[in-house]
Design a protein around this ligand. Structure first.
Ligand code: CP
Length: 302
């Protein structure tokens, strides 16, 4: 049985295997309808979620699994009475065969995995990681381009607190000839540790200050919301907004991704443009999370 705590667990080979499995599942979901019929999955969210929680729940049901859920763990679980995360996990460990958890602590997935004997799947941990989001992002990019090698990726928005960015960089940096461009307000620039990680893996990173500095033929504009819930005070609004005029500066093959929810960083006026793929991206959360769950139980060879 396998945990999914962070994206640094993947090699290019193991990631390709998972993406291939998700592709097979997407093409023929019926084949997997009883794959987890003997399993109970605990779904514990200590932070709000629409996509991650509901696509995990959909994935569990499509695999024939059963679930026990804490939708609002911060206020509805015994955490509110002062129970430690370790104690909570120790208890859940006896109720379910796997745990899907989102928590505000950066190291929550690692803390859970130390205590649990069942597989732990990280559904978002503080500002550090959101591995299943990055997996569905990679799946969407691969679906569009047919490969990841040679990807030209622009990351926008909150590059400090945006955990989806941190996980995505771990995964894209496994591939060859990837170029990454960062466009954000100064206060949300990509932290040095991620720039160094990219450098160590031979990935070019270029910090930009306007849309006009970006190459016109980038493959992906990956925008993110300012994560206002993760810092004190007011650091202002997004300055780099993707609207029709901005999108039309780029190639007809440039796609726009966003983990969602968006606030004001992508205008609804581009939603009908076929390059705006953020809703299709969100839908890809189901086959990817089905693949992750099968992998957790070593049932990825069905
Ligand atoms: N992308 C994402 O994690 O969305 P939710 O917060 O709605 O799960």
């Amino acid at each position: 049985m396998k945990n999914l705590l962070g994206c640094n667990q993947f090699t290019k080979e193991s990631l390709n295997e998972l993406l291939n499995l998700a592709e097979k599942i997407k093409k023929n979901p019926e084949k997997y309808k009883d794959a987890l019929s003997d399993k109970i999955i605990a779904v514990m969210f200590f932070e709000p979620s629409t996509r991650t929680r509901m696509s995990f729940e959909s994935a569990i049901l499509k695999l024939g699994g059963k679930m026990i859920v804490t939708e609002n763990g911060k206020s509805n679980s015994s955490a509110t009475k002062g129970e430690t995360l370790e104690d909570t996990i120790n208890v859940i460990n006896g109720y379910a065969d796997a745990l899907v958890m989102r928590h505000s602590l950066d190291d929550s997935a690692e803390i859970a995995a130390k205590v649990a004997t069942i597989p732990v799947i990280n559904a978002g941990s503080g500002k550090k990681e959101h591995p299943t989001q990055a997996l569905l992002d990679m799946f969407t990019i691969n679906e569009k381009r047919g490969k990841i090698d040679g990807l030209k990726l622009v990351i926008l928005g909150d590059l400090v607190y945006g955990r989806t960015i941190h996980s995505l960089l771990e995964l894209v940096s496994l591939y060859d000839n990837v170029e990454v461009y960062g466009l954000s307000k100064e206060v949300f620039e990509l932290p040095e540790k991620y720039i160094n990680m990219l450098k160590d893996r031979g990935i070019t990173y270029k910090k930009c200050t306007s849309f006009d500095e970006l190459p016109k033929d980038v493959d992906v504009l990956y925008h993110t919301r300012i994560q206002a819930e993760r810092f004190e005070g007011d650091l202002g609004k997004e300055e780099f907004i993707i609207n029709k005029e901005v999108l039309n500066k780029f190639s007809k093959d440039t796609i726009v991704l966003h983990p969602l929810p968006r606030v004001d960083e992508i205008l609804a006026e581009i939603d009908t443009d076929e390059r705006a793929m953020y809703f299709k991206q969100a839908h890809n959360g189901v086959p990817i999370r089905m693949a992750v769950l099968l992998r957790a139980f070593d049932r990825d060879n069905i």
